[in-house]
Design a protein around this ligand. Structure first.
Ligand code: THG
Length: 367
């Protein structure tokens, strides 16, 4: 099709050489880095994740480190989810909003110490944003993008693989909690997390020169469990209802529209960015909500690059933001961001390549 032109702007993951050796066949970009999206056999990659165990390079989930006497204050100012009960070793999934209450990122916050946090970010420039907010508020913090690169191990057998490397203590980690560890002297953090609902871990490598070594350790430990290379899997994540910021959100989307209302605490202090707008949105009621849509027909359809209009009669009621052929449901499914006047059970038309395809609105997750 086409190639990416090499340049220092398009950053390589510490696992880049390892993924090349494993036969990576496609990439996307994310946080100005290359993110592997396939190894030539999407069918096998999907079933390996659902039935066995998959490993994938998510170094693109960059860690914005906030350190210093005001680190806790700034981290709270950046997110409308209350973090005062978050303890060292715990992570939390949070929205970051702008002053209008629009969601601009959905990171996992990791509390490393009382004065040190990581924001494990989605695909937008929170390094600039957090530095600007800190400077405007005269907060005493140092902010950098840390040398940290997550490697995901996901699937029903992920526990066995990660326990084989680090010991059985990993089985007791709670969701989004993490602990320091080393293997062969490689410094890392083991977290129970990952962008799938098949269970598993992320190994936060803390030395970018040792990516290939860590990759090979996981690959070898995983061999008895049928491990293989994978990627943040579009099919599995849509079936499981996991959000892709920037894919399923636009310049107007607020947390209430995309099932993140539970992660907004309206009683945080007034200085939290966006909280006043969020209180107003909450009082008025959000205009849209996020549902699933199941399309008629049983011919697999390719992923799309643009949002598809969702119509009822002549009225556009919203958009299908991402769609995929579900290998388990054997239907084309997608996320629908629609006017709240329409809800579960309603029939709609999805405008796909100029054709109206009938579909039904359903609750998320699909599975
Ligand atoms: N790994 C790491 N950092 C990340 C991502 C990741 N940062 C950006 C992006 N991905 C964050 N996106 C999500 C989206 C959903 C979930 C995790 C990361 C998730 N959600 C569960 C759900 O919706 O059911 C649980 C949410 C909860 O109950 O708190 O797991 O992949 N390191």
């Amino acid at each position: 099709m086409f190639e990416f032109t090499a340049s220092a702007r398009l950053r390589r993951s510490p696992y880049h050489n390892a993924t090349l050796a494993a036969g990576v066949s496609s990439f996307t970009t994310y946080n100005r880095m290359l993110l592997p999206t396939g190894f030539g056999d999407p069918e096998a990659e999907y079933w390996r994740l659902v039935n066995d165990v998959s490993m994938w390079d998510v170094a693109v989930e960059r860690q914005i480190e906030i350190k210093g006497p005001d680190a806790a204050r700034l981290t709270q100012v950046l997110s409308p989810r209350r973090l005062d009960k978050c303890v060292v070793g715990q992570g939390k999934y949070v929205p970051i909003c702008n002053h209008r209450g629009t969601i601009i990122n959905d990171p996992i916050v990791l509390k490393l110490a009382d004065d040190r946090y990581w924001l494990s970010i989605a695909d937008s420039d929170i390094l600039f944003w957090s530095r600007a907010i800190a400077a405007e508020r005269n907060l005493q913090v140092d902010i950098c993008e840390a040398d940290v690169s997550p490697l995901a191990v996901q699937g029903p057998k992920a526990d066995d693989v990660v326990a084989a490397i680090f010991g059985d203590w990993v089985r007791d980690l709670k969701y989004f909690w993490f602990r320091d560890a080393t293997v062969n002297g490689i410094p890392l953090m083991v977290a129970r997390s990952g962008w799938s609902k098949q269970g598993g871990y992320e190994l936060y490598l803390m030395d970018g020169s040792r990516g290939t070594e860590l990759w090979d350790i996981v690959r070898e430990a995983g061999e008895p469990f049928n491990i293989g290379p994978g990627n943040p899997n579009a099919c599995e994540r849509i079936e499981s209802g996991l959000l892709s910021w920037g894919g399923d959100t636009d310049e107007q989307t607020n947390p209430y529209e995309i099932r993140m209302g539970n992660f907004v605490d309206l009683d945080v202090d007034d200085d939290v960015v966006g909280i006043k707008a969020l209180r107003a949105i909450h009082a008025e009621g959000p205009k849209r909500h996020q549902l699933g849509v199941i399309l008629d027909g049983s011919t697999p359809h390719a992923p799309h690059e643009i949002w598809y209009d969702i119509m009822v009669g002549d009225e556009k009621i919203g958009s299908m933001t991402n769609g995929v052929w579900s290998r388990r449901m054997k239907r084309n499914i997608g996320f629908a961001l629609v006017n709240r006047a329409y809800t579960v059970g309603d029939w709609v038309s999805v405008m796909r390549d100029g054709q109206a395809v009938p579909g039904a609105l359903v609750k998320l997750p699909f599975m």
